[in-house]
Design a protein around this ligand. Structure first.
Ligand code: AMP
Length: 499
């Protein structure tokens, strides 16, 4: 049996005339076009000497062609390695040295920089998307997809590396197939769906969660080059589902034009990659009548949990473990499995979990338990009904005066203050307490925050040791492209607050 993800996608197609992608400019690619173009790109790759298991690094702007290149890599049996377009050349050097791709695809203005890197890293070919497109256009329109076994690699995605060196997560064909199948079913995708796609495609969310789910449900993508509120408002009536990060939902809500009638054709709004506050959930519901479905996943594991499609989508939680995925909470230090309700590190096991970190066997070994569970590094708990909640990253846990403070709990309390838009809670070195709780907040326009009064208000809800010792107002929180708050930058900035 050919366990290549592309083989599964191809076998699933019923009608080659069915639309696969429509761009924001109205350009349409059918499933038949997808088969032809991916074959042409696959032939172009082979003409450059690409073979099964070779890595192909891609750092280019989002376009439908890049998705055909991704699919072509699958067809050749090569390993797709997308890179965030924000990475600088010096960061790219690290990835190319580490992954040793045979081919790197870059933006036209980066070609000389990439060629310099290639000289020192042994990358054989550097191409721009335009070069590759021309080569593909002259290539045959048929290609026999290379057979793969379930555990062969389909992609390497480097983790965002907000703590320590970025690691290459090795994802297999089976990881991607199993997760996409589960999501199609759990989120009730049908061929009638059209997914509003405003996410980047170098990250698991926009690449695998969105694209593979669409491909395996024979539905279509409404493809935007980047996120834009006005464009989303223009296009939303043509779509049925949106996948976004919390920032997208904040920005939509900040637009007075975004209302119930714009969203009336939509059956599902999904949020993930960062925590969605219950306030945003509620505001969105009040504005549109739709309850955002929050789910939780990571590069290494694909999607782990989701709020239910039909049941209660509980704000502030990430729902239940997806079918076929085991999830448990353990004591981060002793590995003891904790009883229901207690906070500990989230561990997961299932066909969704990656094969390990590229060329880091020791690091990989320390991230798995002996019984095969992957230690996510996220702290969380499971309530009586089985809903999972996330309390922050293990590394973000604050220990003040010997007591544990979970940032997510404090952030939820701070966010609930009427003048606060959003917050990030960090631990800052403190001579007396070891670490002190500090809240960095963004407040509504025109408001003024009185630190002493706010601390007093918080102390009505929070135990004294949890009340932030300082509350600092910022214009905006530093976020990466997936909307994750970069707490490492805040810790650097405010590290000497109590010196
Ligand atoms: P990435 O590998 O870039 O997808 O980041 C994965 C991390 O994002 C997880 O380990 C979580 O810390 C965080 N994350 C993803 N989804 C959620 C969510 N719904 N709520 C809170 N954190 C999330």
């Amino acid at each position: 049996m050919n366990a290549n993800l592309f083989n599964v996608i191809e076998k699933n197609i019923e009608n080659i005339d069915k639309k696969f992608i429509e761009t924001d400019q109205g350009k349409i690619y059918s499933y038949g076009d997808m088969l032809t173009l991916s074959a042409q790109y696959a032939n172009a790759l082979v003409s450059l000497g690409v073979k099964a298991d070779d890595r192909i690094a891609v750092q280019v702007d989002k376009s439908p062609e890049v998705l055909f290149l991704y699919l072509a890599c699958l067809r050749v049996g090569a390993i797709y390695l997308p890179l965030n377009t924000d990475y600088t050349l010096s960061e790219v050097t690290y990835f190319l040295k580490d992954a040793e791709p045979i081919l790197a695809v870059c933006q036209p203005n980066q070609i000389s920089g990439f060629e310099n890197i290639a000289r020192t890293t042994g990358v054989k070919h550097i191409q721009t998307m335009d070069n590759l497109r021309d080569r593909a256009a002259q290539s045959k329109i048929l290609f026999n997809t290379v057979p793969r076994k379930p555990h062969d690699l389909a992609a390497i995605l480097y983790t965002s590396g907000t703590t320590g060196r970025s690691k290459g997560a090795m994802l297999t064909h089976d990881n991607l197939i199993s997760n996409a199948r589960v999501l199609v079913d759990y989120w009730h995708f049908t061929s009638q769906d059209c997914l509003l796609h405003a996410l980047p495609i170098y990250h698991t969310h926009g690449l695998f969660v969105a694209t593979n789910t669409v491909l395996l449900s024979r539905s279509s993508l409404l493809f935007m080059p980047k996120f834009s509120v006005s464009e989303l408002e223009r296009l939303m009536a043509q779509a049925t589902v949106m996948m976004g990060v919390p920032t997208h939902y904040h920005r939509l809500l900040a637009s007075a034009e975004f209302n119930r009638s714009l969203a009336k054709n939509m059956r599902l709004f999904i949020s993930g990659s960062a925590p969605l506050s219950p306030e945003t959930h509620k505001e969105f519901f009040d504005r549109t009548g739709q309850a955002i479905l929050e789910r939780y996943g990571m590069t290494e594991t694909n999607m782990n949990t989701s709020n239910p499609y039909d049941g209660e989508r509980r704000p502030g939680t990430v729902g239940f473990p997806l079918p076929g995925i085991e999830l448990r909470i353990a004591d981060p230090k002793t590995a003891r499995i904790l009883p229901q309700g207690e906070i500990g590190v989230i561990e997961v096991k299932g066909p969704n979990v990656f094969k390990g970190y590229w060329r880091m066997p020791e690091k990989t070994a320390t991230e798995f338990r002996a019984d095969g569970f992957f230690i996510t590094g996220d702290l969380g708990s499971i309530d009586k009904q089985g809903y999972v909640s996330i309390s922050g990253r293990d590394k973000d846990l604050i220990i003040t005066g010997g007591l544990n403070v979970y940032p997510a709990e404090i952030e939820a309390t701070v966010d609930a203050l009427p003048i606060v838009t959003e917050s990030a809670v960090i631990g800052v070195p403190h001579a007396d307490f070891g670490e002190a709780v500090v809240a960095i907040v963004v407040i509504k326009k025109g408001e003024i925050l009185d630190e002493a009064i706010t601390r007093q208000t918080l102390s009505q809800t929070l135990a004294t040791f949890k009340v932030p010792k300082r509350i600092i107002v910022m214009d905006a929180l530093p976020r990466n492209s997936m909307g994750k708050i970069q707490k490492n930058l805040l810790r650097d900035q405010y590290g000497t607050l109590f010196n």
